[in-house]
Design a protein around this ligand. Structure first.
Ligand SMILES: [Fe+2]
Length: 139
């Protein structure tokens, strides 16, 4: 979660997409971007609490803390992704020029290779699908 969600996705938005949108002064974008940044921060707090809960020795693990924060994180990310896909990305697509979008894509790819590591994104996807097969099967 720290690498795939935070370093990979949030870095691309916070370091490149949000500043570019703010620079372009897109109508109604400021409030949306502020709320998305706040949600990133809220997500980091859930992940820290989850990390603390699982890093304890098994007999001291606070399972209610783990479950409570995991559920809250899932709920936060579900709404966050929906907000980005239905509001932020269409807005960016409509207002940012093709040249800017191409530059952003190059910056995103640099994040993948320089910060995350070549092939890591695909590795995370394979790993998440494998986890989904085990843990997200309908009962
Ligand atoms: Fe985000």
């Amino acid at each position: 979660m720290r690498v795939f969600v935070d370093k990979c996705h949030h870095t691309k938005e916070e370091a490149y997409l949000f500043p570019e949108m703010e620079k372009s002064d897109i109508p109604d974008s400021r409030e949306l971007i502020t709320s998305l940044k706040n949600e990133h921060e809220e997500g980091r707090q859930y992940v820290s609490r989850i990390e603390r809960a699982v890093s304890e020795k098994e007999e001291h693990r606070e399972l209610p803390t783990l479950v409570e924060n995991s559920r809250a994180y899932i709920q936060l990310l579900t709404l966050h992704i929906d907000k980005e896909e239905n509001n932020l990305f269409p807005m960016a697509d409509a207002y940012l020029s093709q040249v800017v979008q191409k530059d952003l894509l190059e910056s995103f790819e640099a994040v993948e290779t320089e910060i995350i590591g070549p092939g890591k994104h695909e590795e995370f996807h394979r790993w998440l699908h494998a986890m989904g097969e085990v843990y997200a099967k309908p009962r």
